[in-house]
Design a protein around this ligand. Structure first.
Ligand SMILES: Nc1ncnc2c1ncn2[C@@H]1O[C@H](COP(=O)(O)OP(=O)(O)O)[C@@H](O)[C@H]1O
Ligand SMILES: NC(=O)OP(=O)(O)O
Length: 314
């Protein structure tokens, strides 16, 4: 009998990819080893990634260029997201290709420039919530607010960051192309940085000023590819309740109902752990047998074997 391989969508956190080119190269190599371990386990893997630090860096660099050359208009955030997909996809694609070849696979690796449609009237456009760029002190954040008009917020106890609108993904424009590539055996990197945000008016797609959360875009991609597992890799091994407090408790398992309860209690920081738990719960509730896992990159293999991470299931 034909047994389909376990199909896994792996979402890599933007913060884990480092903030310089050399850090990113190193992280991509390390990430590739972890992903090819899962291929060795017989899994079919689709990769998505965040871009928070990187898209902030690109946006700052482009803004500095337009200040320096007054004829250069400011670069829209949608274009900065597109640049971040290429910047990160290039390193991941090559690192994966190399690791696969070293282990005797000739699997083609393809990065798909992915546009994701958002709704123009999404209320998220009115209240920026997605942290991007580097972490700042309170004083630096106040300076950035004054000098550049950025909206700044404290990010999960780690310092201040610029925040931008983060509407929910409604449709993956290149979905048919991604599905064809996956079905024909490519290891696909898609929905980078949550996808290039676009709105649609008849045949025309226009870039939107936003950064989509890659956890929500990954959930949509995993549902549409009929994946069995959504793995969200980040900087913590497990999800905690009472995070950072004396009674902090790390969770091995959360049902969708538990997740909803903890979300209502405000246990997860918006812009960091909250979207991960929301996306994981949404995926786990979309069809019986679908599970999601949140863990550290290094623990991905142990996680799918059930020995660590926080499993989110029905
Ligand atoms: N309840 C929680 N449990 C675990 N981590 C949490 C919690 N709330 C906030 N965090 C923080 O969220 C971080 C993960 O979010 P973030 O770094 O924004 O994600 P990404 O990996 O997608 O870049 C963790 O490293 C941790 O500092
Ligand atoms: N776009 C996005 O979700 O990026 P991070 O994973 O860096 O937050």
């Amino acid at each position: 009998m034909f047994m389909r391989k376990k199909r896994i969508v792996i979402a890599l956190g933007g913060n884990a990819l480092g903030s310089t080119l050399s850090e990113q190269r190193k992280a991509a190599g390390h990430t590739a080893r972890v992903i090819v371990d899962l291929v060795d386990e017989g899994c079919e893997v689709i990769v998505t990634h965040g871009n928070g630090p990187q898209v902030g860096m690109i946006s700052n660099a482009m803004a500095a260029l337009s200040r320096e050359r007054s004829e250069q208009p400011n670069t829209p955030l949608s274009v900065c997201v597109a640049m971040s997909q290429a910047y990160i996809g290039y390193d991941l694609q090559n690192a994966l290709r190399e690791e696969l070849r070293l282990r005797g696979y000739d699997t083609p690796v393809t990065t798909m420039m992915t546009q994701v449609r958002v709704n123009e009237d999404d209320p998220a456009f009115l209240s920026p919530s997605k942290p991007i760029g580097h972490f700042m002190t309170k004083k630096q954040a106040e300076e950035a607010e004054k000098q550049y008009g950025y909206v700044m917020k404290e990010d999960a106890g780690r310092g201040y960051r610029r925040v931008v609108a983060s509407p929910r993904p409604a449709e993956i424009i290149e979905m048919d192309a991604i599905r064809s590539l996956v079905d024909s055996g490519h290891l696909v990197i898609a929905c980078g940085g949550g996808g290039i945000p676009v709105t649609r008016c008849e045949a025309r797609l226009s870039g939107a000023s936003a950064v989509i959360d890659k956890d929500f875009a990954s959930c949509l991609l995993a549902e549409q590819l009929d994946a069995d597992f959504l793995i969200i890799l980040t900087a913590v091994e497990k999800v905690a309740i009472n995070f950072g407090k004396q009674n902090e408790t790390w969770l091995d398992r959360m049902t969708v109902k538990d997740a909803e309860h903890y979300i209502r209690e405000g246990q997860f920081a918006p812009g960091s752990m909250l979207p991960k738990v929301q996306a994981a719960a949404e995926f786990a509730s979309s069809r019986p047998g679908r599970n999601a896992l949140i863990t550290l990159l290094e623990k991905a293999r142990d996680g799918i074997c059930g020995t660590t991470g926080t499993l989110i299931c029905q």
